[in-house]
Design a protein around this ligand. Sequence first.
Ligand code: PMP
Length: 440
Amino acid sequence: MTRLMHRSLITTPPVAVAARGIEIIDAQGKAYIDASGGAAVSCLGHGHPAVLEALHKQLDQIAYAHTGFFTTEIAERLGERLIEGAPEGLEHVYLVSGGSEAVEAALKMARQYFVEIDQPQRRHIIGRRQSYHGNTLGALAAGGNEWRREQFRPLLTETHHIDPCFSYRFQREDESEEDYAARAARSLEEKLTELGPETVIAFVAETVVGATAGAVPPVGDYFRRIREICDRHGVLLILDEVMCGMGRTGTLHACEQEGIVPDLMTIAKGLGGGYQPIGAVLVSGKIRDALRAGSGFFQHGHTYMGHPMAAAAGLAVQETIRQHGLLDNVRAMGAVLEERLTARFGNHHHVGDIRGRGLFRAIELVEDRASKRPFSTERKIHAAIKREAMARGLMVYPMGGTIDGVRGDHVLLAPPFIVNEIDVDRIVSRLGDAVDAAVT
Ligand code: PMP
């Protein structure tokens, strides 16, 4: 019997003993193609020599220094690198240990900003019904994933949720993309009116939705409208790019494709590529300046923030991506992946939608394609696909859930940025077999 409490308390997962490139090997010697990068984490694949070397070097120098006493050269260098690549206006970096911590920090920083500038009446956070921002209580409260929230509801702070922007499910047939984008964005305006805009701290959204619905990109000028509404009411915009950021969609930050800059942006996962746990908040100059001019510190902090080993991993991963021009490969292989998925599933009776950007792609499974009728919950299609895929040596990230009363099963693909065409063919071929086995 295992002493570890695994995610499932019923089954024990295979034991991973080694990993190289895009594969993980288990104790039986079976190889799995990591087509989901775990959960969109392993952007460089496994065992990358440049990252291993940087980690060894850092370990020799200094493994830990509490940020209450010291900063370190490696953390400072990572800060510089992240701001060099950040959209204009984001000027400072707050380093933490993962995605949920980054979201918690962003929410608290947004609140403290308004305290510092003498608007303490601002107390509401608005998120979207189709979203996931992490499992700690503040992040869980901001998210709109009902299944994850349900039993913890009494512990969650009051937050407000508006419509998602999810065209496959919610764009009406008689509605253009632009009209739908406008309608989805209007839902923020309506919520602000309902709450009183002067009481709202921030609106938080994933630029491309990840773990709740599977690689759902925004449509049309949705985010430009959202930015304009936030600006008009003095509300901060927090973009959560924990999953979709750091190159995953083909640009370093997904918001570059939307033509907007948030006030705060959370990143994690691909930042350290899984070599160390790390996350960060990218902070606009105006927020950092207000905190500096006010109390002079951000009233927050964690023991492992700015951890030198994590910073070394983050810097090595980001340098490697840049030096090898891997974002070009994300765009090129993203197009190949889209093409292969369309060839394999474009006419599949049980695949309703193929979507995403770059190497962040998903398929949505339906019982009936014409009516978009989802599979019943009891079928647990997403879990069956994961099982069938694992049996075939393929890791994919499956999800099932209900958004605004509509159930959905999705499978997310987020392969490492180093994949080539042959890898993509193998991934899609194994996925095709797994889907066929799961739905029949
Ligand atoms: N935000 C988003 C958009 C995420 O996808 C996730 C993780 N799936 C988180 C936050 C939480 O990150 P972590 O699991 O590292 O706490």
